[in-house]
Design a binder for this molecule. Structure first.
Ligand code: NAD
Length: 293
């Protein structure tokens, strides 16, 4: 796996492609956006003019696209699957619905091409530092082939199950993340309104049975953690609009599988509120703002 085609050079895709290139792999890449192409060239990436040019003579094609429709556009509404060499392994790291992911994998398999769904956790910092977690769905043999790439771009690889399972596990994780972030924010706000110091309260809960990842790594209350987005006006990090996208995909999955998810539904409504207020581009811990009036 030395020759890589990379499509989607946004906040996540560009640093991932750069890490592959810095490890000596041959990377050629493509993005629709002129701005993304310019940034990629400035980062030393060989940028091609089309998906076709990007996907010839490669061992693996990695896609890091924003949503289902972009993934459908690239794989289903083009001749890409017919044009790819049968030996090329497709790795789609976009977060999309498991249904779309399985549809693309089935179509690829009909022309003899293997695909892994490999959404990631770890955010832009994880992409830059090469410490992402890859949550993978697909066949063992393909995961083994791709593992050297996952090891460059990340520090954990999980095999969730068959095709589409990576997306299912990723949506489960992000639904739980949203739920504990919302719970953490409203709890700290209640403590503060009753005279507690947010830092002292956070420390108590972190070490007690309320402890969770949001308290440990990503405190939503401004000033409690110096490096958290909350202490930087909620800039950077994982955007509200992306969390809303994931919660919407999780609700679709819940509905298709007849799963009861009242907490996930409420979390989605809370993130819808933030997006309707025009703060979709703030970090998802800005849910705290809702409780601070
Ligand atoms: P982004 O919007 O910054 O980048 C996506 C890129 O894809 C853009 O540059 C866009 O121009 C390009 N693109 C869109 N359609 C295209 C097409 N048809 N052909 C070629 N290029 C196309 O998004 P991102 O933050 O890099 O996220 C990418 C994926 O990773 C999303 O599915 C997101 O949910 C997931 N993700 C993001 C984060 C995060 O913190 N940003 C964390 C984990 C997972």
């Amino acid at each position: 796996m030395n020759r890589i085609g990379f499509i989607g050079l946004g906040n996540m895709g560009l640093p991932m492609a750069v890490n592959l290139k810095n490890q000596g792999l041959e990377v050629k890449a493509y993005d629709l956006s002129e701005e993304a192409k310019v940034k990629a060239i400035q980062s030393g990436i060989e940028v091609k003019n089309s998906i076709q040019e990007t996907s010839t003579s490669i061992d693996a094609l990695i896609t890091m696209l924003p949503n289902d429709s972009a993934v459908e556009e690239v794989y289903l509404n083009s001749s890409l699957l017919d044009d790819l060499a049968k030996t090329t392994l497709i790795i789609d790291s976009s977060t999309i619905s498991p249904e779309t992911s399985k549809r693309v994998a089935n179509r690829a398999s009909k022309v003899g091409i293997s695909m892994l769904d490999a959404p990631v956790s770890g955010g832009v910092k994880g992409a830059e530092d090469g410490t992402l977690s890859f949550i993978v769905g697909g066949e063992d043999k393909d995961l083994v082939k791709a593992s050297s790439l996952f090891d460059i771009m990340g520090s954990n690889t999980f095999h969730a199950g068959d095709s589409g399972s990576g997306q299912i596990a990723k949506l489960c994780n992000n639904m739980l993340l949203a739920i504990h972030m919302c719970g953490t924010a409203e709890t700290i706000a209640m403590g503060v309104k009753n005279g507690l110091d947010p830092e002292v309260l956070s420390e108590i809960m972190k070490k007690s049975s309320g402890g969770n990842w949001s308290l440990e790594k990503y405190n939503p209350y401004p000033g409690v953690m110096k490096d958290a987005p909350a202490s930087k006006n909620y800039s950077g990090g994982f955007l509200n609009l992306l969390m809303l996208k994931d919660l919407s995909l999780a609700q679709e999955l819940a509905s298709l599988s007849n799963s009861e998810t009242p907490m996930g539904k409420l979390a989605k409504e809370l993130y819808e509120e933030l997006n309707n207020q025009g703060i979709g581009d703030l970090d998802f811990s800005s849910i705290q703002k809702r409780y601070m009036n």
